[in-house]
Ligand binder design. Structure first.
Ligand code: NDP
Length: 477
């Protein structure tokens, strides 16, 4: 017998993905650098489907039907290159290497180019949903050639998560590194979503005076409305959890220093290169970073804050409703920024990315899955060349309805000294975009003054320079 697909790299992600393929009726060749993992997988889960255990790279490749489909699920970075170098010489033109790790899209572009010269399809594939998703259905974001998707697509559609309407959460995102790029932005948006939820929690606690258990109930209510999402759902679970050892709310016994693995940071770094303002995602990355500066925080603890009083019980309920509005409006802005980054990359790298389809495949399996994504898809379906999600009529109207409350929440936060970098950055982005005039005109004047960097005029074409050190007359540059 031959296997329709092979998975090499059998740590938790690779094992679960292999089992997912097997449970869906595919014969799966499995391989790992350390063979004991391969045997352990087959011993523990062999009954779930048809596995072919391979000890060596040669055996592994020989077990695959042609064209071969070989999934790599190893540690991202150098290990991925090492594994490619090991397997590529054993492959033939038309074969496919699918990298499901969290690779940087620039690495994926390089690997795709190098393997294309040998006629091998390299399919950089974003996989979201963690180990649970890998086993039961992840959201899958494959890049690479269209041709490779013709062969792989049906299998990926089978093992992927399904949205509520039954649609598989996978699509051919675009060429070469497009899949890993979109996965990266997904993670950046995830950072922003989590930061906004954190700010909402802090406001409900410190301004409205609710307990973690009460806030969990508020989140549960929100989860039945337009904020319906996996992250809101698990927030309620975490907030209502009580620490067994101390009897205190779990959230009060956890060290308040957030860690990160790097995909949020990549999203911001690439956005800087592309010139795309992703201020909400950036604030989320910085907020995690700030939280980790323990010594700096310790040294700053005595700094003066405002002397404001918390809200009365009667005011708290109305405030919670306002926080919901602020959270929703800020969330729209985060997604607006994330989709802008994808659109800019589409332009830069000539990718044929359908933003509505991207939104649709995030509806199931992944961490940011949410009812909200249906509306983003509807916005792009209605108008594929939408310049920004904020230009969509529905979103614009929702923000119009939310904005007074959004502003009030930020005022209250400022008055009480509760940091809301996510809410505030989102509102600043919104206000800057809708502004008639920005102080960028003054910036241009300053740049022309100290560096003769020139400026454009509102009333005439061309570039101009004012002779600041002389008679201040204007010359054409
Ligand atoms: P790890 O990232 O911990 O990687 C361990 C695996 O990599 C093992 O199979 C190991 O083999 C193999 N490996 C490491 N170095 C080499 C090498 N030089 N040559 C050959 N094999 C090597 O495993 P995970 O299952 O956690 O993650 C796999 C991939 O999936 C990663 O890229 C990760 O970023 C990504 N991931 C994605 C998640 C998601 O939600 N999408 C969640 C978690 C991970 P050995 O057993 O011999 O040491």
């Amino acid at each position: 017998t031959t296997a329709q697909i092979g998975v090499t790299g059998l740590a938790v992600m690779g094992s679960n993905l292999a089992r997912n393929f097997a449970r869906n009726g595919y014969t799966v060749a499995v391989h790992n650098r350390t063979a004991s993992r391969t045997h352990a997988l087959v011993e523990e889960h062999g009954s779930e489907g048809d596995f072919i255990a391979a000890e060596t790279a040669k055996e592994f490749v020989a077990a695959l039907e042609r064209p071969r489909r070989l999934v790599i699920m190893v540690k991202a970075g150098d290990p991925t290159d090492a594994v490619i170098q090991e397997f590529a010489p054993l492959l033939e033109p038309g074969d496919m290497i699918i990298d499901g790790g969290n690779a940087h899209f620039a690495d994926t572009r390089r690997r795709e180019r190098e393997l294309r010269e040998k006629g091998i399809h390299f399919v950089g594939t974003g996989i979201s949903g963690g180990e649970e998703g890998a086993l039961n259905g992840p959201s899958i974001m494959p890049g690479g050639s269209k041709e490779s998707y013709d062969s792989l697509g049906p299998m990926l559609e089978k093992i992927s998560a399904k949205a509520k309407d039954g649609a598989p959460c996978v699509t051919h995102v675009g060429a070469d590194g497009a899949g890993h790029f979109v996965k990266m932005v997904h993670n950046g948006i995830e950072y922003a979503d989590m930061q906004l939820i954190g700010e909402a929690y802090q406001l409900l606690r410190d301004v409205a005076g609710y307990s973690p258990a009460q806030i969990a109930e508020i989140f549960r209510t929100w989860n039945t409305g337009r904020l319906d999402s996996y992250l809101i759902e698990i927030t309620a679970e975490v907030l209502s959890h009580v620490d067994a050892a101390t009897g205190k709310p779990f959230v009060d016994v956890v060290v308040d220093q957030a860690e990160q693995k790097g995909t949020g940071r990549w999203t911001v770094q690439i956005a800087l290169d592309l010139g795309v303002p992703v201020s909400g995602i950036a604030e989320a990355v910085f907020a995690r970073s700030l939280s980790g500066h323990a010594a700096l925080r310790e040294a700053s603890r005595g700094l003066a804050g405002p002397s404001a009083t918390p809200l009365s019980e009667a005011e708290a309920g109305a405030f919670a409703d306002r926080v919901e509005q602020a959270l929703y409006a800020s969330k729209i802005v985060s997604y607006t920024q994330g989709f802008h980054e994808i659109a800019a990359a589409r332009e830069e790298y000539d990718w044929d990315i359908d933003l509505g389809a991207v939104s649709a495949i995030w509806r199931g399996g992944c961490i940011i899955r949410a009812a909200f994504l249906d509306r983003i898809r509807a916005a792009y379906d209605a108008r594929a060349d939408l310049p920004s999600l904020l230009s969509d009529e529905t979103f614009a109207r929702e923000i119009a309805d939310a904005q007074d409350d959004w502003r009030e929440v930020i005022v209250a936060a400022t008055r009480q000294g509760v940091p809301t970098p996510g809410f505030s950055a989102a509102l600043a982005y919104y206000d800057a975009l809708r502004a008639e005039r920005l102080p960028a005109a003054l910036t241009q004047g300053q740049r022309d003054f100290f560096g003769a960097h020139t400026y454009r005029r509102t009333d005439r074409d061309g570039s101009f320079h004012t002779l600041w050190g002389g008679d201040r007359s204007e010359v054409s540059a």
